[in-house]
Structures are given as structure tokens and as C-alpha cells.
Design a binder for this molecule. Structure first.
Ligand code: XIL
Length: 317
């Protein structure tokens, strides 16, 4: 089967995050989700606060719904994410657990979840956003209680639970070559030196038309990680318009050409497995909640009309 968006060179996957509320209430949403993409990531329902409801309880009901939809539509499933600073259940953040206890909770969680989806979820974001853990909004209980070794443990347990699954690390604002992506690179080199079982590097791709992303730099940045013999992937692409003063039609064009750049960059980098969008319709994008400004970062408008960005991606694929 070919996803409608993916008709010509079939070299990379084209994926999207799926929003469970839209999935439950909006038939148009489901129709496009099943038609246009060949990879699905749950936007929220495969995160720890949803799946690990208490120390001895797991809830896979909503994630199972998305997984069975993906299977029916021959879409690959990516799991996101196992360990992150955010969306940690309150019973953990308020639990006062010590290092050994928290490691025990982590191990039990990873073995259960990855075990539950063994053979079905082909790739996992094992550790999400390991950098910036000192910022107030990114304070990670994992790093502060366990120490930086929490990353090694998480990958080793995920590998133990499903040795076939491709295991990714994931980070934002690392698309270009700069101080942050250099730190990301150094962190990953350390993992490889310690023989941590990592297969891939995710670059979120929350971009902005008001910022320049020189194409050659996107490619050379992806290439330096790929040269570590790892897969790379754009994991959460969306492109904000709100920060540009240009007229809307102009912004739509810039957005379209930046989406095309990401697709082309991924096609050009041999080990790039695909591009995943963080949703597909402006009707349900997370951006306005996050930035507190209206925005239109995705490829269909709120009425499900394809935007110039949609056509640019279709043309590029
Ligand atoms: C976001 C979701 O889109 C929102 O609905 C939720 O309220 C917060 O999380 N980086 C990530 C994603 O890795 O998991 C985040 O998703 C967006 C930023």
C-alpha cells in the first residue's frame, strides 16, 4: 500500500502524530489520517501519565485503539515516548521515591510497555528531550534523582524488552549546527562509547518561518549524526507562522518551501528513516496552546483544505 502523500520515490516514511480526541469525534480527521500517511505516532496517549496510571496499573486502552487503526491502514507505529521530563504521572512526581525506587519504577514501566507492544511498535523514542533539563519547565525527575545514567538504563531495558525495535533519542532545536546540537552530538557519542543500544536520533522540527534554516546546514547536521552509524528522523515537524510580519499568502509559501526542504534533506541523507509531522490539520495543532498565539503550522487548514505546504510535500515525495 502507498500512502496518498507518498507516491513517487518511496524512500522515506511520511508520518503524523494522532490526536486521540479528534480521533474519537471527527470522521474527517480519521479519513485523512488513514489515507495520507504511512506512520503513526500517538500525540499523547503513549506517554507515561496516560499509560502508567498507578504503581501497579497500566492502561493501554487508548494507545491500543490507535495501534489497531494503524494496523488496519498498514501504517507503521512509532512509540513516543518512554522517558521524558513532562507528562510524568503525579503519583511519581509526588511520590518522594529515592534513586533505587525510581529505577525500579522505570524498569518495570519500560519492560511492561515495550513488552506489550513487542513486534507491533517498530520504533520507540526511549528518551525524549534529555538536554535543557535545568530549565524550570524541563526539570526532569529522572535526571535529578537518578543522575544522567538514567538514559543508559532506559535504552538497555527497552532493548531487553524488544531487541528488534529501533530505539531513538529525541530533542528539539537541534536541526542546525549550533551549541545545542553539538551537546546532543556529544551526549550520543558518549552513549555509543558505553555501548548503549541506540539506533536512531530524532530531530523534532518545530520550526518557524521567521527563522532561517539553510538547507545545506540541515543536511550536514543530519549527516554528522548519520555518520555515527545511526538512523536519523524528523520526528515532530510543524512550522509556525505567527512570528513573521509578512502577509499570509507569503507566509504560506515560505512554510511550503520549508516543509519541502525538510523532506528533501531527509531524502538526501541516506540513513534518514522519515519525516513525522506533529499533526496534519490546523484544527487540532498544539501550537496555539503552547505559544498563546493563533497559528497555522500544519499542512491542512482547519476546514481540511490542503494548504500550499501539502502540495509542496506531495511534490517532494
Ligand atoms: C505535546 C502535545 O502535542 C500536547 O498536546 C501536550 O499537551 C504536550 O505535549 N515535544 C514533544 C511532544 O516531544 O511530545 C510534545 O507534544 C511537543 C514537544
Amino acid at each position: 500500500r502507498e500512502a496518498a502523500l507518498n507516491t513517487k520515490k518511496r524512500s522515506i516514511s511520511i508520518g503524523t502524530a494522532a490526536n486521540i480526541d479528534a480521533f474519537h469525534t471527527d470522521e474527517n480527521y480519521k479519513k485523512i489520517l488513514g489515507r495520507e500517511f504511512d506512520l503513526l505516532v500517538a500525540e499523547n496517549v503513549m506517554k507515561m501519565d496516560v499509560m502508567h496510571t498507578n504503581i501497579d496499573t497500566f492502561d493501554f486502552s487508548q494507545s491500543d485503539e490507535l495501534v489497531s487503526f494503524a494496523k488496519q491502514h498498514s501504517m507503521q507505529i512509532e512509540g513516543a515516548n518512554l522517558i521524558w521530563s513532562n507528562q510524568v504521572p503525579a503519583w511519581i512526581t509526588n511520590g518522594g521515591y529515592n534513586r533505587d525506587e525510581l529505577l525500579g519504577i522505570m524498569k518495570d514501566y519500560i519492560l511492561n510497555v515495550v513488552g506489550h507492544y513487542k513486534g507491533q511498535v517498530k520504533s520507540w523514542v526511549v528518551v525524549n528531550e534529555p538536554l535543557d533539563t535545568n530549565e524550570a519547565n524541563q526539570k526532569s525527575i529522572w535526571e535529578s534523582v537518578i543522575g544522567p545514567q538514567y538514559i543508559d538504563y532506559a535504552f538497555r531495558w527497552a532493548h531487553e524488552a524488544d531487541p528488534q525495535a529501533k530505539l531513538y533519542i529525541n530533542e528539539f532545536d537541534t536541526e542546525l549546527i549550533n551549541e545545542k546540537s553539538n551537546s546532543y552530538y556529544a551526549l550520543i557519542q558518549g552513549l555509543l562509547q558505553r555501548k548503549v543500544p541506540i539506533n536512531g536520533v530524532g530531530f523534532e522540527g518545530h520550526l518557524d518561518v521567521a527563522i532561517q534554516y539553510p538547507y545545506d546546514q540541515l543536511v550536514s547536521n543530519l549527516n554528522r549524526f548519520a555518520d555515527l552509524d545511526l538512523q536519523v528522523q524528523i520526528t515532530e515537524a510543524d512550522i509556525k507562522l505567527q512570528n513573521s510580519p509578512d502577509p499570509l499568502p507569503e507566509k504560506f509559501k515560505q512554510q511550503a518551501s520549508l516543509y519541502a526542504d525538510i523532506i528533501h534533506a531527509c531524502q538526501e541523507v541516506k540513513q534518514c528513516s522519515g519525516v513525522v509531522l506533529w499533526g496534519f490539520t490546523d484544527r487540532y495543532t498544539w501550537i496555539p496552546n503552547f505559544t498563546h498565539h493563533p497559528d497555522q503550522p500544519l499542512i491542512f487548514n482547519a476546514q481540511y483544505q490542503p494548504k500550499p505546504a501539502y502540495n509542496a510535500i506531495k511534490e517532494a515525495l
